[in-house]
Design a protein. Structure first.
Ligand SMILES: Cc1cc2nc3c(=O)[nH]c(=O)nc-3n(C[C@H](O)[C@H](O)[C@H](O)COP(=O)(O)O)c2cc1C
Length: 319
């Protein structure tokens, strides 16, 4: 998630376990192929076999509307170490959409096919190329044709965020559309959107029948959600899995070690992500996202902190 799940957050969540892979934030390709520096700033893991420190593979996500540029950009990503590419056809941000990127492409199914095909043809055959779609621009039924076109273009799988661009992030997510698409496609379909709890997951699985799931905000709000879902899917549980309660504590003291660990990961990314202001800003964003679904009264105190020591002081004084 752009501006949220950066390299330190990927490192933290993947070492806790339950994820088969992560997707990078999008790199927006508009005028030219981006210089290597930009790839490496956003995805420093490219230098390490494009895996998080604990070994979870990362897909590099590209966003744009120009198939040739996207193909060249995907090639550059692979030259720098990428082993899988994801194409973003879901971002609803007006600036991105005005410049022919993200969800704007959902109005042009044939362009989705040709973009996927161009990137597929440019990237070594053994590297997956996938597509991330919303249900449509304003029509939820648009997903049928868009998904078909992505598959025709050679997508290895598609991920569907079960809302249109116009629906933004307003609940609910309309999972049943994912189920209908899954039944008609020969490639795997990954279900995404509004999975915050075990109950959400079970309902989503009922409605979609999918084998694969992507979690975004829920993974930040509940650092045990990936364990719970892995358990429900019958996957091997990570060794550090301590609880399958499915509802991570709301107590400040329980969050403190997670935040300390996140700060360690931030410090490890010396060039790009280090520095207390960066870390504090990210911690606030993270807890803000968690507080969308949880009562975290200590977030009010956290908001006023400026330094990491203040963050730690607040969290350790509270229960
Ligand atoms: C702040 C924010 C940034 C996001 N950035 C991206 C992005 O860079 N690429 C992407 O494919 N999806 C992005 N998304 C969408 C999420 O991947 C996901 O599809 C959406 O949040 C619904 O899933 P969730 O309910 O599990 O969060 C972003 C979402 C948010 C809230």
């Amino acid at each position: 998630m752009e501006g949220v799940t950066d390299a330190p957050m990927r490192a933290l969540l993947s070492e806790r376990g339950g994820f088969n892979y992560c997707v990078s934030e999008f790199l927006r390709i508009s005028q030219d192929v981006l210089p290597p520096k930009v790839y490496l700033e956003h995805i420093p893991e490219l230098r390490a076999d494009c895996r998080t420190p604990s070994g979870t593979p990362i897909q590099v996500q590209l966003l744009g509307g120009n198939e040739e540029l996207l193909a060249l950009s995907a090639v550059r990503a692979c030259e720098l170490g990428a082993r899988a590419i994801d194409l973003n056809f879901g971002c609803p941000a007006p600036t991105v959409n005005r410049h022919d990127g993200g969800a704007a492409l959902l109005r042009y199914p044939d362009r989705i096919r040709s973009i996927v095909a161009a990137v597929r043809a440019a990237v070594p055959a053994e590297f997956p190329v996938s597509a991330k779609l919303r249900l449509g621009w304003d029509d939820m039924n648009a997903i049928h044709l868009n998904a078909e076109r992505a598959a025709e273009g050679g997508a290895s799988w598609i991920t569907i965020h079960a809302r249109t661009k116009v629906q933004g992030y307003i609940p609910p997510a309309h999972w049943k559309y994912i189920g209908a698409v899954r039944k008609n496609l020969d490639i795997p379909v990954v279900a995404n959107g509004e999975i915050w709890t075990r109950e959400d997951f079970l309902k989503c699985r009922d409605e979609t029948g999918c084998e694969h799931y992507m979690i975004g905000r829920g993974a930040l709000a509940d650092p045990e959600l990936s364990w719970v879902i892995s358990h429900e899917l019958g996957l091997k549980l990570p060794s550090r899995c301590q609880s399958l309660e499915g509802s991570f504590s709301t107590r400040a003291r329980e969050w403190l070690p997670l935040i300390e660990r996140f700060a360690e990961h931030c410090a490890a990314h010396v060039e790009t992500h280090s520095g207390a202001p960066y870390t504090v800003r990210r911690v606030k964003q993270w807890v803000k996202m968690a507080s969308l679904k949880k009562e975290l009264p200590w977030f009010e105190l956290l908001k006023r902190t400026q330094t990491l020591s203040e963050v730690y002081a607040v969290l350790s004084q509270l229960d």
